[in-house]
Design a binder for this molecule. Structure first.
Ligand code: NAI
Ligand code: MG
Length: 334
């Protein structure tokens, strides 16, 4: 039977970069069936709901989802749909690789870092959100469980082993956030001890920010909690040329959602300016997840050649072409 993939085109630049990725998958000979569903602002406008039941059902049924960025309205009592999806499907691991591509305007050349972000707990658990009636006080709860910390640490070390990586850096703030980050560090250390073949480093998150900028070659796999992982992965995107270069996979036991790290980029939406590489790389992660490594490699090589030769690249890559021209340049190489 054909692999069915749920596709959420998303908001802002979402539809244009998802279309790009789908055209490239088709050009590479992938014989998938796509089930298109809505979420985010598009869904709100069409159905009155940010996350319609039909979308949830499709994600559950097909197990594999390719997703564009979603706009979450600020305030107005809306919970982030991304956070909701990650919690609902227990997508506990957020895998965000950044790799240097020759020809970008990035300051570094040999970056190859994977951030493994715990995706359901910590400051983003959504628990205990209270704003006092007069608006003068606000609080939220951060929750880390032993089980959650253990699962993400095992995931990071297993990934390191599988991909022949040398080192895992545990990033934390256990000196200040003694209970939550403290438990995370304690459990991550226990897991690290089970993987003597892989070097382990520990780093406090603020120092990690400095070191990522000064000496990024020290990093290989990073494992960290939700909020730190969110911030560090955008920093890592900056090392390889920006958010247009950064994909992410949200992995759980029963479902996986592949997407860009960035948001809906309202400042450039509808102008054919977005760099679709982030979502193309996310679709490459999806192919690898499906055991289609050869096709993934072919697409990666085509993208790398477009960027290296500067043939029809987008503005953020130093070119002066649009999303559709870039896509065409990749397709010609396939
Ligand atoms: P953003 O990531 O959308 O944009 C930040 C900056 O990066 C902007 O200048 C944008 O033009 C640029 N940029 C992003 N992607 C690009 C691409 N592919 N090519 C070229 N330039 C690119 O962050 P922002 O503006 O803070 O958030 C906008 C909306 O996106 C918000 O509603 C936010 O909630 C949502 N968001 C959704 C995410 C998701 O669905 N996974 C993740 C992050 C934000
Ligand atoms: Mg983010």
């Amino acid at each position: 039977a054909k692999q069915i993939i749920t596709v959420i085109k998303g908001d802002g630049i979402g539809p244009s970069i998802i279309d790009s990725a789908l055209e490239i998958l088709n050009a590479a000979g992938c014989d998938f069936e796509y089930e298109f569903v809505d979420a985010g602002l598009t869904a709100l406008e069409n159905t009155g709901e940010l996350l319609p039941q039909a979308t949830i059902d499709a994600i559950a049924k097909n197990k594999i989802t390719l997703k564009g960025p979603l706009t979450t309205p600020v305030g107005e009592g809306f919970t982030s749909i991304n956070v909701t999806l990650r919690k609902k499907f227990n997508l506990y691991a957020n895998v965000r690789p950044v790799v240097s591509f020759e020809g970008t305007k990035a300051r570094y050349e040999d970056i190859d870092i994977i951030t493994v972000r715990e995706n359901t707990q910590g400051m983003y658990s959504g628990l205990g959100q209270v704003v006092s009636e007069d608006g003068s006080e606000a609080e939220a709860m951060s929750k880390i469980t032993r089980e959650g910390a253990q699962k993400i640490a095992v995931f990071a070390y297993e990934l390191a082993r599988r991909e022949n990586r040398k080192k895992v850096t545990i990033v934390h703030k256990a000196n200040i956030l003694k209970s939550t980050s403290g438990l995370f560090l304690k459990v991550a250390r226990e897991v690290a001890a089970l993987y003597p073949d892989i070097e382990t480093a520990e780093m406090i998150v603020d120092a990690a920010c400095m070191k990522l900028v000064m000496t990024p070659e020290e990093f290989d796999v990073i494992v960290t909690t939700n909020l730190f992982g969110d911030i560090l992965s955008d920093l890592c995107a900056g090392l390889v040329g920006g958010l247009g270069m950064a994909p992410g996979a949200n992995i759980g036991e029963d479902a996986a959602i592949f997407e860009a790290v960035h948001g809906s980029a309202p400042d450039i939406a509808g102008k054919n300016l977005a760099n679709p590489t982030s979502v193309i790389l996310a679709s490459i992660q999806m192919l690898e997840h499906l055991g289609m490594g050869d096709t993934a490699e072919r697409i990666r090589n085509a993208v790398a050649d477009v960027i290296k030769t500067g043939d029809r690249t987008t503005r953020d890559l130093g070119g002066n072409h649009g999303t559709t021209d870039f896509t065409q340049a990749v397709i010609e190489r396939l």
